[in-house]
Design a protein around this ligand. Structure first.
Ligand SMILES: NC(=O)C1=CN([C@@H]2O[C@H](COP(=O)(O)OP(=O)(O)OC[C@H]3O[C@@H](n4cnc5c(N)ncnc54)[C@H](O)[C@@H]3O)[C@@H](O)[C@H]2O)[C@@H](O)CC1
Ligand SMILES: Nc1ncnc2c1ncn2[C@@H]1O[C@H](COP(=O)(O)OP(=O)(O)O)[C@@H](O)[C@H]1O
Length: 374
């Protein structure tokens, strides 16, 4: 193998490399490069990248996660006559259009009312992006609740999204007396002060389906009491940095060098976090993993023909948060809301293409829905 690598590097021969099952040295469970003899592989070495990987029966996590997509090249799955396994792991595909369509006889309240908590003066962009995402997903109504000082600037920027002043947690609890507010979204641009911590406690106390992202995750990370109130209707959407704050022990296992297989994977990290926290954990990135407390999990790999590098843009995660909240408002169970939104989010980015910024994502959704036949 070293000889092939040397010849290829020297440009002496044109070599095409085909891996059978998975490139040697790549962990099939995690997509991580394995070390040898008790030592991690040197940075950037340890596996010869394949042009094509031919695998059998079904994809493995290692084809999709971490370094797997880059090192496997094109992947061909060859059936060998085995029955489809009843696997607790799913590869995300397009959501069922029947789940997304609106029945002809409904009115706006039949499609749910999402409440997005906004941040203070001058910090409203993220929550507005989330609110727009929720509305485009078909929530019947979306209200943005903001502190009094942030009302004028939000009023100047919103039309279809409704606006309410929410001075403090008591005001939020009073507002939640309206049972039609059936999904909550907190975190994007929320802030990290005492007011925001109390708001988050009120959100969790309400026991309603809730999407918690960004600052809400950072607040949870610093407060054991808040974490203890998480429930099965909550979806958490950390990026890697937020995950390391929220679950430092799990994150350090995941970040530790992979010495031998099976290495601790992003899938293991999300599953363990979901089990410990008692809610859905959606761990973001080009490879996104969604896990529930019972061990059910799904992978969405934005690779190869579904690569969407332009999603690496400020605010893309805020839109995803709102999209999930929109599906929660429409009554989808948390795991289905999270999985459906992840696929639609990437598909919206794919349709828009290069130049994408966060504002474009909600606006690309109608085209995605039309293509799904809605
Ligand atoms: N248009 C807007 O108004 C926007 C507002 N935003 C808000 O800004 C606040 C801070 O958000 P940040 O996401 O910067 O959070 P943080 O500042 O809490 O976390 C970012 C830190 O985590 C580290 N990190 C490690 N892995 C990462 C990964 N995979 N992706 C991203 N960061 C990673 C980064 O290096 C960085 O130091 C939140 O309230 C957020 O909602 C951002 O979402 C960006 C857009
Ligand atoms: N290279 C990439 N390929 C595909 N998706 C990506 C990539 N980078 C980021 N994303 C997606 O974009 C979103 C970024 O969210 P996040 O990190 O929370 O950013 P922000 O807080 O700025 O919104 C997530 O949904 C993530 O999965």
């Amino acid at each position: 193998m070293a000889g092939i690598a040397a010849l290829t590097a020297a440009g002496a021969v044109e070599v095409r490399i085909v891996a059978v099952d998975i490139p040697s040295g790549l962990c099939a469970d995690s997509g991580r490069v394995l070390g040898r003899e008790g030592r991690p592989a040197p940075e950037g070495r340890g596996v010869i990248p394949a042009d094509l990987t031919v695998t059998f029966h079904s994809l493995k996590p290692g084809h999709l996660l971490a370094d797997g997509p880059r090192l496997c090249g094109a992947v061909e799955v060859v059936p060998i006559g085995l029955p489809a396994a009843d696997s607790p792991l799913a590869l995300l595909e397009a959501p069922d259009p029947a789940l997304l369509a609106k029945a002809g006889f409904g009115h706006k309240y039949s499609h749910g009312h999402a409440l997005v908590l906004g941040g203070g003066r001058g910090r409203g962009g993220a929550a507005r992006l989330a609110a727009r995402g929720a509305l485009r997903m078909g929530a019947g109504l979306v209200t943005l609740g903001v502190p009094p000082a942030a009302l004028p600037e939000n009023a100047a920027r919103l039309d279809a999204v409704m606006l309410r002043v929410l001075a403090d947690a008591d005001a939020l609890t009073a507002m939640l007396g309206d049972g039609r507010l059936n999904a909550l979204c907190a975190g994007p641009g929320l802030g990290l002060g005492e007011r925001e911590k109390a708001l988050l406690a009120a959100v969790l106390e309400a026991g309603r389906p809730a999407l918690l992202d960004a600052d809400a995750i950072t607040l949870l990370a610093g407060d054991e009491g808040l974490r203890a109130r998480l429930h099965a209707g909550v979806v958490l959407t950390p990026h890697e940095g937020e995950f390391a704050r929220l679950c430092p022990g799990i994150a350090s296992r995941w970040r530790a060098p992979a010495i031998a297989g099976p290495a601790f994977s992003k899938l293991d990290a999300a599953r363990q976090a979901a089990a410990e926290l008692g809610c859905i954990v959606l761990l973001k990135g080009p490879d996104t993993v969604i896990a529930d407390p019972g061990g059910r999990a799904a992978i969405h790999a934005a690779v190869r023909d579904r690569a969407v590098p332009w999603l690496a843009t400020a605010g893309a995660g805020d839109v995803l948060a709102g999209m999930i909240a929109g599906l929660l408002a429409r009554g989808l169970p948390p795991f289905e809301a999270a999985s459906g939104a992840v696929w639609l989010h990437a598909e919206a980015a794919r349709r828009f293409g290069p130049g994408l910024i966060a504002e474009d994502l909600p606006e690309a959704l109608p085209g995605v829905f039309r293509a799904l036949g809605l």
